[in-house]
Design a protein around this ligand. Structure first.
Ligand code: HEC
Length: 404
């Protein structure tokens, strides 16, 4: 399932990228503000997310447990006043290095609604590790009502849902560098990106200018962070910048706890496939090298049907390079063949079927080269096998001084 979505995502991106290549290349270099100045539809976000270095980035990344713990603290003390975290259960926090006891104690600080009881009533009780984080608002309407009409989105998947496309050519590099941090980059940039609106940009009552927001120039969330708003006990700086990094990392973990495993598995698979490809290439080269070496002298491609592996002359194999040893080639034909330049067994061994046929015609021995297996015979002789005809065999035995 996961693999499939990776592949469809990949092919979709590649196809889209190629199709949009020509158009994209032209638009990509036009400044984003140009459209606005001409009164066209403005393009958001106005600023691309900043590129942050994450401990979990790249194929060899890992979660920084201390950072995730700090992120949890920022969530608990600041963001959870407005944002829910519906899909994360307290027991998941054990992955952040907390013991079962610590998780139990953490959960018991929250109250959840349970029920109905035997009387049909809903009741409240202290949370246990199996419970999920309770939401700050009973429903979306209440959440929107309390926040100028815009409901704060749930955090569970936000780091994956807000992953602005990086466009050509970045998405091609991203496939290889396993870049999957658009989400935390975006969240960090948004949290640190509040600023004064440029002249003339109308900022409606209750909204706040932020050029990193994907939905428009302003959003309903006031800057939630300020320096020293959360106390860290590990000595990390208590600054907006550090808080933003930590909460973004925590949100990435919440959205994809298996991110690190997925990327390291993906990397291993890619490495294994690459190794396999190299092995295949080398063995292909080894298997075919004998034939290609012969071919380079004749210039033609060997006939595939007769391309038996191991037909090339091998070191240490004695044979007599006389084409008359082939059964079917006598003195007359041998003379005609030599006049066409075919004067060695290796040349016959390396010819293609078409070349053999053509040779047969020009020396007035139509179809005989293939029918009488001249090429197979040439290869056998090169491999040190005895000639087929008894008289030739005797001749070779005498010349080489050995018995077959
Ligand atoms: C006082 C309530 C409140 C608090 C506290 C708060 N937010 Fe928000 N947040 C909102 C609202 C409302 C929105 C919706 C904004 C909109 O759509 O205009 C929002 C939206 C967001 C978004 C989504 C932006 C997008 O692309 O749609 C992110 C990310 C976010 N908040 C992060 C945080 C983080 C991190 C914290 C804690 C440090 C935090 N918020 C604290 C009210 C809050």
């Amino acid at each position: 399932m996961k693999l499939k979505s990776i592949f469809t995502g990949l092919s979709g991106r590649l196809a889209g990228g190629l199709a949009g290549l020509a158009v994209g290349a032209m638009i990509a270099f036009a400044p984003a503000q140009a459209a606005e100045e001409e009164g066209g539809t403005p393009h958001y976000p106005i600023e691309h997310p900043k590129h942050v270095h994450w401990s979990f980035g790249g194929p060899f990344g890992h979660w920084d447990i201390g950072q995730l713990q700090r992120g949890l603290k920022v969530y608990k003390e600041v963001c959870s006043a407005c944002h829910s975290l519906n899909l994360v259960a307290f027991r998941n926090l054990e992955e952040l290095g907390y013991s079962e006891e610590q998780v139990k104690a953490f959960a018991s600080e929250y109250t959840v609604t349970d029920g109905p009881n035997a009387e049909g009533e809903m009741f409240e009780r202290a949370a246990v590790p199996a419970d999920r984080f309770p939401a700050p608002f009973p429903n979306e309407e209440a959440a929107a009502y309390a926040n100028n009409g815009a409901a704060p989105p749930d955090f569970s998947l936000l780091a994956k849902a807000r992953a602005p496309e990086r466009g050509f050519p970045w998405f091609i590099f991203d496939v290889f560098t396993l870049y999957a941090e658009n989400g935390p980059d975006y969240i960090y940039s948004l949290l640190t990106g509040y600023g004064d609106a440029p002249e003339g940009a109308g900022v409606p009552e209750g909204s706040h200018y932020n050029p990193y927001f994907v939905g428009g120039p302003t959003l309903a969330m006031a800057p939630p962070l300020s320096d020293e708003i959360v106390t860290y006990d590990d000595g990390s700086p208590e600054t907006v910048d550090q808080y933003a990094r930590d909460i973004a990392a925590f949100m990435m973990w919440a959205a994809e706890p298996s991110l690190v495993e997925r990327k390291s598995l993906g990397f291993k698979v890619m490495a294994a496939l690459l190794l396999l490809a190299i092995l295949f290439y080398l063995s292909k080269k080894a298997v075919w090298s004998a034939l290609y070496n012969e071919n380079s002298s004749s210039g033609g491609r060997a006939a595939p049907a007769m391309a038996a592996v191991g037909s090339a002359p091998r070191a240490g194999v004695d044979f007599i390079d006389d084409i008359e040893l082939i059964d079917g080639i006598g003195a007359t034909i041998a003379k005609r063949m030599k006049s066409k330049g075919v004067n060695s067994l290796a040349k016959i061994a390396a010819m293609s079927v078409a070349e053999l046929d053509k040779l047969g015609e020009t020396i007035n021995a139509k179809s005989r080269p293939v029918r009488e297996e001249w090429q197979v015979q040439a290869r056998e002789l090169i491999a040190g096998k005895p000639p087929r005809a008894a008289i030739d065999r005797a001749k070779v035995e005498k010349l080489l001084g050995k018995k077959f």
